[in-house]
Design a protein around this ligand. Structure first.
Ligand code: PMP
Length: 316
């Protein structure tokens, strides 16, 4: 069923970064009607600025908006707004190789509503901030703990879309993991408690021989754009790739494990802790497959390799 809003967003404008005003009864503040996106702009050696598959973010936002009963900007409106915001903030984009401009689009129910109902009005905004490379000198492995009590998603829920509440729901488990010295939490499915889902903000892959497997998109994991890109890159490099149910046992028995996401790109997993058992991967925790995929993907994103897939959008 379609919620009763047209997708008729009016012309936007550029504003200085600052606080925004909301009614205390704004839909987002009371009922969590909000979605976000995340993507990066890279400066290249030849003076261009590259976005990586931004239409994918626009489409994912539209799918999420449908689930959250919200209207959403069209792909064209999204693209135009992202481009205008990046170009207006060009001076904040780090030099080639030194990082990127992180772009955060946000769609929120800004209209006032008291009884539970979709907000009567919506706001789409974008803010940006420079970020350094996640890995400053070589890849460093992360250490994950498998969460066995709390879940981030359930079948039929909103785990498959980038709604703000999903992130509030993981803070407790993530905080507990960090307090114990882990980098983050790996979630299991809430029904069987034995299939892998994902990490708080990235997708997970297991490598066994020449086969790279990742949990299929079934509505309880976020369809990562890095995930989708890595599947294609790995296939091109001659790996066999599989999207399917992946069990905790396969994870513990893998040759290599890595995570993918806009922030971490490809992040090798050095160890997994599950029910007080710790499994480590490789001698230094940085698998050769993770390394190869990291380098293939970052070269594309930074404009250092030929973009045969047509994934990058140049702003100059
Ligand atoms: N899973 C979750 C829960 C996330 O928040 C993200 C980051 N958007 C990802 C996976 C990775 O998605 P992407 O590759 O599009 O950044």
């Amino acid at each position: 069923t379609k919620c009763s809003h047209g997708d008729n967003f009016s012309e936007g404008e550029l504003q200085r970064f600052g606080n925004i005003e909301l009614s205390p009864s704004a839909g987002i503040l009371n009922y969590g009607q909000g979605l976000f996106e995340g993507l990066k702009a890279y400066r290249t050696d030849d003076g261009n600025i590259l976005l990586f598959r931004p239409e994918e973010n626009a489409l994912r936002l539209r799918v999420g908006a449908e689930r959250m009963c919200m209207p959403s900007p069209t792909v064209d409106q999204f693209m135009e707004a992202v481009k205008a915001t990046v170009l207006a903030n060009e001076r904040w984009i780090p030099p080639p190789g030194k990082g990127s401009l992180y772009i955060r689009p946000l769609l929120l129910g800004s209209g006032a509503v008291l009884g539970l109902a979709p907000a009567p009005e919506y706001t789409f905004l974008i803010y940006v901030t420079p970020v350094g490379n996640y890995f400053k000198e070589g890849l460093a492995p992360i250490n994950l703990i498998v969460e066995t009590e709390m879940h981030r998603a359930t079948p039929g829920g909103t785990g498959g879309v980038k709604t703000i509440g999903n992130y509030a729901a993981v803070l407790k488990a993530q905080g507990a993991a960090k307090a114990k010295g882990f980098s983050d939490v790996l979630y299991l499915d809430s029904v069987h408690k034995r299939y892998l889902e994902e990490v708080s903000s990235c997708n997970v892959f297991v490598v066994k021989g020449n086969v790279i497997s990742t949990p299929a998109i079934e509505g309880t994991i976020l369809p990562g754009i890095t995930r989708k890109s890595i599947l294609a890159v790995a296939l091109n490099l001659g790996f066999k790739v599989e999207e399917r149910l992946v069990t905790i046992d396969e994870l513990l028995d893998a040759d290599e494990v890595f995570c993918t996401g806009t922030a971490v790109v490809v992040s090798p997993v050095g160890s997994i802790t599950y029910l007080n058992k710790r499994v480590t991967y490789g001698s230094d925790g940085v698998g050769r497959v993770s390394e190869q995929l990291y380098s293939a993907l970052t070269s594309l994103q930074m404009g250092l390799a030929e973009d045969k897939m047509g994934w990058t959008v140049g702003l100059k």
